[in-house]
Write a protein that binds this ligand. Structure first.
Ligand code: GTQ
Length: 345
């Protein structure tokens, strides 16, 4: 590939004249904005240990009252982007949030989309647009763009969950903001039960729901059962994996980030081709190995890691006796809409 002219090759007075008029020559930067064959990736393979972060999160509970935090979160930041950017990847934000018994994280709504993957504790709930969503380990709860949400806790032990937001992307597009509100009145609970059987959806008086986000809570007990049934009924399939979708239309459950759950059979090893999306892996149950680009991360329960895009990944179950269950987040819905999604086989 042809070497291009450098900035230093240009006379000082010419560079100054360009700057004076807010102009920039393209050629010295052309190879950096359009690198050959593959993007220059800032996202670094990064691992966050739950046992490592848990005591620090609990200490935040002592150091900072909920009123002074609103959301008591330690952000899982990727050093490749700079920790202060609070990014796990170019588009994904990850945070571990703590709510202590009796605490309340007040109602607000914002433009970024969020989901919560519940890690530990009992008795907490998120209320989303009036629907009370109990939080149990492994549940996925959506708080899509613009929907009111608040978190409460009636139990007696700390509750911790993983927040996954498209905040870096929404912030980058200069559309990120929040509106604060009053405590919501609970108007529904258990609405997801109407969607627990595949193939049928509520259609009162022949009318299908027109809700953009009909299902807000994906209970882990049901997702786990589905994965186990899939492993039994389809022994030939390579990946025992389910996608979290909108049950009314089968589309991704949110517009920007995509979510799935994967089961590794005991002893199983799964080779995944390079995809253009960075991926986040979070261990729900069991123990898995994630290896990519010469990095090997051993995930124990509640551990999380991120692997950059355009990288083949090997997942392995570190137990020969028990299945391993992994929650996966990526930005495939966004990349597909943009037309840049690729799988390199
Ligand atoms: O729980 O609403 O981790 O607004 C970051 C921003 C959680 C939340 C985060 C948020 C929330």
């Amino acid at each position: 590939m042809q070497e291009l002219g450098r900035l230093e090759d240009l006379p000082e007075d010419y560079r100054a004249a360009l700057t004076e008029q807010n102009l920039v020559p393209l050629w010295p930067s052309l190879r950096s904005v359009l690198p050959p064959g593959k993007p220059a990736l800032r996202t670094k393979p990064t691992f966050w240990s739950y046992q490592g972060l848990r005591p620090l999160l609990l200490r935040a509970g002592e150091l900072t009252p909920i009123e002074k935090a609103e959301r008591r979160v330690l952000v899982l930041a990727n050093p490749g982007h700079g920790l202060e950017k609070m990014q796990a990847s170019s588009t994904i934000y990850l945070g571990m949030q703590l709510l202590q018994p009796g605490e309340w994280a007040p109602s607000h709504r914002h433009t970024p989309n969020a989901v919560r993957m519940i890690v530990e504790g009992e008795g907490a709930y998120t209320t989303v647009e009036g629907e009370k969503c109990p939080m149990q380990r492994g549940d996925l709860i959506l708080t899509p763009t613009g929907m009111w949400h608040e978190h409460g806790h009636d139990g007696d032990q700390p509750v911790i969950w993983l927040d996954v937001l498209d905040l870096p992307l929404v912030y980058y597009t200069e559309t990120s903001y929040v509106i604060e509100g009053k405590a919501q009145t609970v108007t529904a609970e258990g609405a997801e039960q109407a969607y627990q059987r595949g193939g049928v959806v509520p259609a009162p008086m022949f009318t299908r729901s027109r809700q953009t986000f009909p299902m807000l809570r994906y209970p882990w007990v049901d997702v786990r059962k589905t994965l186990e049934a899939l492993a039994v009924s389809r022994p030939e399939i390579e990946a025992v994996q389910v996608a979290y979708v909108n049950p009314e239309n089968g589309h991704d459950c949110q517009r920007i980030l995509g979510f799935s759950a994967l089961m590794l059979r005991p002893g199983e090893k799964l080779e995944m081709p390079a995809r253009s999306t960075a991926m986040v892996f979070h261990q729900i149950e069991g123990a898995a190995g994630v290896s990519a680009e010469g990095h090997q991360f051993d995930l124990a329960e509640a551990d999380t890691c991120c692997i950059p895009g355009y990288t083949p990944i090997t997942l392995s179950n570190r137990s020969a006796a028990h299945p391993a269950f992994i929650f996966i987040a990526d930005d495939a819905p966004l990349q597909k809409k943009l037309g840049v999604y690729e799988v390199r086989t």
